[in-house]
Write a protein that binds this ligand. Structure first.
Ligand code: SF4
Length: 310
């Protein structure tokens, strides 16, 4: 089966056209949050791969102000953006703040004329009952806008979670996904491919778990080795090896084959800050990587879910 945009996987653009009738543009926001892995609650050095920007290096500083077209950079946005954007709370952990502050920020974004809805990137261990109640309430207040939650899982394997200093265990993720599903809030899960100690079978086990969780979307991200991170230091000392392009394309193809065909793939490569990237340098040319993936899927006759793992 091919999707409407001609891809062999369920891409985010295809999902947008099917659901909204047009493309949506992400506007990455930095709401000045922190993270329990950075503020000393769980640690101070962050996840092993995370740079100081908290995975939000291109994000717009956001404090609830109205967004003007000229504030947006980094993507080719059309002139009239009314209702065509997603307010993407990207940097750090966007539910890790007093619930009153979160309510103000999320309400402002849901009232923003540019935004069709918001997507909140966070950690499952930072979703207490009062945040769940807030999301329930906001869904009722803004029925014409959507609310998505993005969870940084990266891997289901506890060994990997400890290695990357993620700071929570898999059941915490599972409970959070169930609670969000009960609220009818779509969940998008971030997965990292190429963790040094993981085999292809390990990565496919993560995909299989996600198929069973009933999530709405996934972001498949190649592990980037960034300057200024502990992982970058390990790379410079020669202790870890990044994936080769060939291996990444093969593993990515296998993940697409294993992934439930109804799960939207929001990302297939990586979006690290180019100036900090130490390795793998081949990943800079995203167009080339995507073209190689397309060729590989065609050659191996893979479409999303053709070898769905449960
Ligand atoms: S990746 Fe996310 S959870 Fe980990 S240190 Fe960075 S901001 Fe915190």
């Amino acid at each position: 089966m091919q999707y409407t945009d001609g891809e062999r996987y369920y891409s985010f653009p295809a999902y947008c056209r099917r659901t909204f009738g047009h493309k949506l543009y992400k506007v990455p926001l930095d709401a000045g949050m922190t993270c329990p892995n950075r503020d000393g609650t769980l640690g101070r050095r962050g996840c092993i791969f995370c740079d100081e920007g908290g995975s939000g290096d291109f994000a717009l500083a956001y404090h609830g102000q109205q967004i003007r077209r000229d504030m947006l950079t980094g993507e080719r946005y059309p002139e009239d953006l009314q209702g065509l954007c997603i307010g993407y709370f990207q940097a750090y952990t966007n539910t890790y703040a007093p619930v009153g502050k979160l309510a103000g920020l999320f309400r402002a974004a849901l009232q923003e004329p540019l935004f069709a809805g918001i997507s909140i990137a966070t950690r499952p261990d930072c979703m207490p009952a009062e945040v769940m109640s807030l999301l329930r309430q906001l869904k009722q207040e803004y029925p014409d806008k959507f609310i998505w939650v993005e969870l940084g899982l990266q891997s289901i394997h506890e060994r990997s979670a400890r290695w990357m200093r993620r700071g929570y265990e898999l059941p915490v993720f599972d409970v959070c996904v169930r609670q969000l599903k009960e609220l009818d809030i779509p969940v998008i899960v971030h997965v990292i491919l190429g963790l040094p100690q993981e085999t292809e079978a390990d990565m496919l086990a993560t995909i299989s778990h996600l198929n069973r969780c009933g999530i709405a979307g996934v972001k498949l991200q190649l592990l980037h080795y960034l300057r200024g991170t502990d992982l970058g230091e390990m790379y410079l000392r020669g202790e870890v090896q990044p994936l080769s392009e060939e291996d990444y394309i093969r593993i990515l193809g296998s993940c697409v084959a294993a992934l439930d065909p109804g799960i939207v793939i929001h990302r297939l490569t990586g979006d690290g800050p180019g100036d900090l990237l130490l390795a793998p340098l081949w990943s800079r040319d995203k167009k080339h990587v995507l073209n190689r993936l397309r060729a590989d899927l065609k050659e191996r006759k893979i479409t999303q879910g053709c070898r769905r793992l449960l």
